[in-house]
Structures are given as structure tokens and as C-alpha cells.
Design a protein around this ligand. Sequence first.
Ligand SMILES: *Cc1c(COP(=O)(O)O)cnc(C)c1O
Length: 408
Amino acid sequence: MDYKAAFRSAVDQIREEGRYRVFADLKRQRGQFPRATWTRQDGSEREVVVWCSNDYLGQGQNPVVMDAMKAAVDAHGSGSGGTRNISGTNHDHVLLEAELADLHGKDAALLFTSGYVSNEASLSVVQKILPGLIIFSDEQNHASMIAGIRNGGGPRKIFKHNDLAHLEELLAAAPADAPKLVAFESVYSMDGDIADIAGTIALAKKYGAMTYLDEVHAVGMYGPRGGGVAERDGLMDQIDIIEGTLGKAFGVMGGYIAGDAEVIDAIRLMASGFIFTTSLPPALTAGALASVRWLKAHPEVREIHQERAATLKGMFKAAGLPVMDNDSHIVPVLVGDPVHCKMISDMLLADFGVYVQPINYPTVPRGTERLRFTPTPFHTDDMMRKLVAAMEKLWAHCNVARMGGHAA
Ligand SMILES: *Cc1c(COP(=O)(O)O)cnc(C)c1O
């Protein structure tokens, strides 16, 4: 067997489909966010403005967070020393879990090494805790939720995206006495649309289902204290399990779930992805703790963030560029073709110092290829004007469709 040839042909296939990925090599410069230095493949450099970071609020460079991380290394060293059960529970794990439980108004929270792991580990173990559990999953749920649900191995029903009528149809068709769980997200990050959380809770109650809500693209950013969309809408107490990340708006790394003490305790005792891995190190837990606390107390950052997103949407619309409208902080602009999408992204970077990653199939359906902008409180009007001017030039150059019609 020619193993290398098999690996090569797998790569070739991806390349043929136009899905070969090349990393943008960036140096984030402290104090310069959202500017960064991009290193080209020939080793030369250029300053760029990053328009697609998930460091949504610039917390990755908040001095309060950085100081906490540095102090933690000085006080406690580099690693955590083990898994949570075997010498790796540091005092900051305990404090951070209490802080996150408080953020979501829950009894308890449980940390994982990433948001991905928190979803995979939690959703795969609930089927062991509740034998016969049927999981109802939104068709656009994140890969980490899908992985958890699949690995759990139990029955699953996929409902059409944000389609409560379809969800109800599936719930009604399931045996009334079977345990059920509805798994969904608040902000879906590629379209930036927001789930009907109240409507989903109402259906879950009607059919006796638990609810599991991924608030990864909302924690830190929505609600009076950054508890997410469920906090904003006054619904946190009616969601059974809230999942979040410390790696996006909180600007550090790690993931978690929050819920009732019994629920969290069972997952803590049984989830493989929690038990058999080294816990988060002191710098990360201390940084996350500082970030969560700081964002709880700074609602004005959330207001500026929403204002920046609305302003950019308005500027794109005024220029006739096809913004995919939504009620969130995410600003997707439709290109509708994978080759054009990649080309525009490459030209924005090389010619205009604008870094925005093309979003192509399979991340989004074919024909809906797009550029996805995530303006932060640190993106200025001037940066936005330059971005829109560059986009207008490229739209004309590439002959891509504008609003309300198609290019010839
Ligand atoms: C990014 C993401 C995750 C994973 O979070 P990480 O902390 O980056 O592992 C989970 N769910 C959704 C919806 C995400 O977009």
C-alpha cells in the first residue's frame, strides 16, 4: 500500500474542489488591535486590518486580562499539573466555575479545554445518563455539537434550521414517554441569525424535553452582564444547559457548560472529554476570570459593538453591496461563487491590507459563498470607509452581483 499517495490524493481532491486551505500568517501586535502584521509566503510583511476575528470585543488585548495572565504565571507557573481529578484542579478553576455559574444564573458550571470539547463531551454523555434519549438538533448546529450527538450513539432527529413547526412535528411524532433534549444555538455564526429561544423553550416544555443552548457567539456580547441572548431575553433560568466559550468574546481559551447542580455533577463524573485530559493552565483560567468579570461590569462595550456592526451594515448597504441582513453583530456579504469569493478575499488582503477569510462550502451551502465581517469596538469609521471603498472597487472588477439584481 502506497500510504503517501493516498494522503496526497485526498489533498488533491480537496484542491480540485477549490477547498484547499492556506493559513494567513499573522502577528497580532499588542495595543494595535485590530491591526496585525501579515507575513507573506516569501517572508515579506505588510500591515493589515483583521476583519474576521472572533476576538469580538478585543478582550485578547485588554490590559486587565493580560495582566491577570502574567500575574498567574508569576504566582503559579505554567501548567495546571494534571487532570481535574488528579492534582490538576487549581484554585482559579474553582473561582472561574463559580463566576460562570453566576454569569448564567445557574447552580454550577464546568470547564473544558475548549468550546468544541464542551459540546462534544456533554452531548455525547447525556445519552448515557438518559438511556433512550432522543436528541432534536438544529440542522445548522456547529460541528462540535454534531460530533457529540453522533458519538453518543443514540437516536437523533434533525429539524430544519430555526423551524419551530418542523421541530414540533418531530417532537409530536416521538414516543411521549421517551426522554428528549433539544440542542440549538442562539446566534448562528455564518448567517448571524438568532434562534427563537422563547419559542423553543415553549415547545420543549409542551413535549417534556430538556434544552441545550450553545451561546458561543453571544457570551460576553449580549445581555446586561454578557450572559448571552438568553440573558438579554430573560430566559436563562428556563434553559437546562447553557454552553459557552472563553475563546471568542472573552478573548482567551476554554469552554464550559452551566446548569443545575445535579446535571453538571453527572456530566463531571461521566464525560470522557472532561475526565481524561489535562486541565486549563493558570494563565488561561486567570485571564478568563478577569475577562468575564470585566465584561460583566462593562455593558457600554456591548453597546459600542452593536453600533459598530450596524454602522458597517449601513455603509455596505449604502454602497449597494449585498449584506445578508440579520439582528446580530455578524456582517456577512454574499458573493455566491467560491472562485470569486476566494479571489476577492485574496485581493483585499494583497492590495488593500484588508484581511477577511472567504467562507465557502462546506461551511456554508454552495451558491451562498460569502465574506463574513466581524467589526469590533476597535474598528474605526476610517477603517470602515477604506474597507467599503476597496469592496466597491473589487465588486466592479470581479463583476459580482450587487443588491437587487445580478451582474451581466
Ligand atoms: C467556535 C464554536 C464552538 C467551539 O468553541 P471553541 O472554544 O473555539 O472550541 C462551539 N460552538 C460554536 C457555535 C462555535 O462557533
